[in-house]
Design a protein around this ligand. Sequence first.
Ligand code: PLP
Length: 399
Amino acid sequence: MKKIYLDNAATTPVSPEILAAMEPYFTNKFGNASEPHFWGQEARKAIDEAREKIANFLGAKPKEIIFTSCATESINLAHKGLVESIKYKVSSIKCPHIITSSVEHKAVLETCKHLEKIGWAKVTYLPVDKYGIVDIKDIEQAIRPETVLVSIMYVNNEVGTIEPIEEIGRLIKEINVSRVARHLSPVYFHTDATQAIQYLDCNVDGLGIDLLSFSGHKLYAPKGIGALYIRSGVPIVRQQDGGGQEYNLRAGTENVPYIVALGKAIELVEQNKVHSTKCIEKLKSKLIEGVLKISGVKLVGHPQKQVPHIATFIVEGAEGEAMLLLLSDKGIAASSGSACTSGLLKPSHVLTAMGYKPQEAHGSLRFSLGKDTTLKEIDYVVKVLPEVIKKLRKMAPKF
Ligand code: PLP
């Protein structure tokens, strides 16, 4: 049976070039980068080089890049680290305020909820429009004297919609000018760029970003490596205590092979961005064209403000997880926003925030393409999906 992987937004396989780059650091070049001897210094050099590649890609300075284990850890460090720092350094702010959106990944939402639960922050969760986009005016209106952080994702992982990051960055910059004049603490801008880094401009100065999180396993590097960009001067208290690694912001012996892998992944993103964007866009158009021929199926997310690799549909009369299982039987791996937890079907918080009813949200189906996706595979999906939907609709009570 053919096996077709269309779940690249969940994770990607490690690419051979990346595996080759990281491999020596498991065996011959195994040193601890904190040691002054040859092995240690060889490892240190490899870390420095990877940091420099990532810094150049983001238009940042190397010392502004902190290696972590994943995007979730980067997000936790950014949010909790900033709030803790403000709590202790800025006496005028008793309870820091965070503004985020209701369609963020759980890594952001749960971190915010935790900060609320322990009484360290108040959080505003902004609504979105039917495409999943936050309104910049809502951000402006939500800002209060004690607001310290605006955290808006660059690209939504469930529907692929691109948020207006550059406009938000500009707004925050303008607001900060008047805040400084009023002796208020600045508002810092964090973006979760996990689904954006491969395809979109991530120049932190151009976009006005102070903190940016991402992960390697969406970029053909292994699971277990991520990074956080922290603009110089943004106050962050480390959340993992121990040694002085990562500029004293993330203790623990550095994972040299994985750091090398992330550096290589970014190098490859930079090299291949234009070509892979074009190829994937073409394949996605083909997929959308084919899938939309099925009656009762609609595309969700913004029609233009979209990343190339994500296409999400709502299928009337078919349930997401059931579609995934039948597609898997046909060798196709996709994803659905709804998750079956403890026997209860929970509709996607993203789709419900976009205004879809829970029963519509239950029928969501996400295909996410990658560098190895082929036209033949797309043709096969377009051929197989109508049969899968037909079969499920036969079982649906009202369809
Ligand atoms: N943010 C977004 C938008 C994501 O898509 C993901 C993973 O799917 C994460 C954060 C979490 O990434 P990680 O698993 O590397 O922590």
